[in-house]
Design a protein around this ligand. Structure first.
Ligand SMILES: [Zn+2]
Length: 455
């Protein structure tokens, strides 16, 4: 290589290695440690969980090392090749701990590279003091998990170990959880999947309201909605991207009525395809009615966007860009888009940037991919106002999962803020303020979590 070529390449490398423009003075020595400590020790708000009752886990056949593998890790273990039936058996007490390990071992070894499974390893280490999950450790790990459940485990993990101030749960079970800390979101899925006469009857019974027409059906939704909001629900959750596209046309009442009447006219044992085009106009119509209710009551609406857990799902359905017509029509409804839209992070950035009523929620995201989370948190902090980013939700069925996931989240948020301070994009003070917003204050303000306490 000629000397001049080398020189030019070296210059080009120097410029490309510096990804950021420098806006602020470079930080004082020790900023990495200070930012890391701040993020690691701060109280956080957990915007999204599916926590199940600890009593139910105690009685189940999975209160052993499977507590670290039954949720999310299971997706990758099955993706690696283990059968669903084979996996289900591991959640019963029909096998000993060692037999369970032998059955899962090949699939665990094939998939332990993924971040779902790295999170399980980190949890085993940091929460239970077990450095690896293998044939020499599963018995001891299982004993430690069983012992933990003899204590006030949920409070200990969520409050003391995770330093979580509020946790927002997507679930109906109120038999556990400190009411000072637990908040809930409400789904109205039954109104979108009422594909048969019988299912409409179930809703009528639940709401104690006779349903003969589409008007009645809308009234039943309104009753259900107001009942939920009178309790301690803080937002509506929509998980429909698992079943169909997120594009909800503004269909006429006539068109929706035609579908509704078609369902009522079906014989008792028949139903419309719930994910087919037949039901879509009615679903679209009901989504608009749900958003009317959200608008009238100033209730935020959370949408599942991006990756759907488990196999056999259609990712294009869950592209958050499908929702734009709703953002435009319901300008005062706050739309919270979940899961960092994985893999639609760029689309999500433009939506949250352009629409004042669109927010980013990074729940579930760090364990899907730490590097995606880091890359997009960088990009979102460059494109989206910091008051519109919610940076942690564990999205787990159990507190062990929450703990491991939060370790990932704190690490990634630190990495991003440290890099941005190092480059002179933010000052150290600005970085700390942003951590406080995205991991704590934004969620409290957006979901009015502290006001609920006064009720
Ligand atoms: Zn979830």
């Amino acid at each position: 290589m000629k000397k001049t070529t080398f020189f030019l390449l070296a210059i080009a490398f120097l410029f490309s290695a510096k990804a950021q423009v420098q806006v602020r003075p470079l930080p004082k020595a020790g900023y990495e440690v200070r930012i890391g400590e701040f993020v690691n020790n701060m109280k956080v708000v957990d915007t999204h969980e599916h926590l199940g009752s600890p009593e139910r886990y105690k009685k189940s056949g999975q209160l052993d090392f499977m507590m670290l593998l039954f949720h999310y890790a299971d997706d990758d273990i099955k993706s690696a090749g283990m059968s669903k039936q084979g996996f289900e058996k591991l959640l019963t007490d029909s096998l000993t701990v060692i037999e369970k390990w032998q059955a899962i071992k090949p699939w665990w070894e094939a998939s332990s590279n993924t971040s779902y499974n790295r999170a399980a390893l980190l949890t085993a280490d940091k929460l239970f003091g077990i450095k690896n999950i293998d044939e020499t450790t599963v018995v001891e790990l299982s004993d430690r998990i069983r012992k933990a459940y003899q204590t006030d485990w949920y409070n200990d993990v969520l409050k003391n170990k995770c330093k979580i101030e509020y946790v927002v749960v997507d679930g109906e079970d109120r038999s556990f959880g400190d009411p000072k800390m637990f908040r809930y979101v409400k789904r109205f899925g039954e109104f979108f999947f009422a594909t048969s006469h019988k299912k409409i009857e179930v809703i009528a019974k639940q709401q104690n309201y006779e349903i003969k027409t589409l008007d009645d059906f809308e009234s039943a939704l309104s009753i259900a909605f107001h009942k939920a909001m009178d309790k301690d629900f803080v937002a509506v959750k929509v998980g429909i991207a698992y079943e169909r596209s997120l594009f909800f046309e503004d269909v006429s009442k006539e068109k929706a009525t035609a579908v509704f009447n078609k369902i009522l006219a079906l014989p008792n044992n028949e139903s419309l395809q719930y994910n087919g085009s037949d039901i879509k106009p009615l679903q679209d119509y009901m989504m608009h009615r749900l958003l009317d209710l959200a608008r009238a009551t100033n209730t935020p609406v959370e949408f599942h966007t991006g990756l759907q857990s488990g196999d056999g799902n259609t990712i294009e359905n869950a592209n958050p860009a499908h929702l734009s017509n709703l953002f435009l029509k319901y300008r005062t409804v706050k739309f919270i888009l979940f899961h960092g839209g994985y893999p639609y992070g760029g689309e999500l950035a433009t939506l949250a940037k352009n629409f004042r009523n669109v927010y980013i929620d990074m729940c579930w995201l760090y364990i899907i991919s730490p590097s995606y989370s880091e890359r997009y948190l960088h990009e979102w902090l460059e494109t989206v106002p910091a008051n519109k980013i919610l940076a942690f939700g564990g999205d787990f069925l159990n507190v062990e999962g929450v703990y491991g996931h939060l370790l990932f989240a704190r690490q990634i948020v630190s990495n991003v803020l440290i890099a941005k301070v190092r480059d002179g994009y933010f000052t150290e003070d600005e970085a700390l303020k942003i951590a406080q917003l995205i991991l704590h204050d934004n969620a409290i303000q957006l979901l009015k979590l502290d006001k609920q306490l006064l009720k």
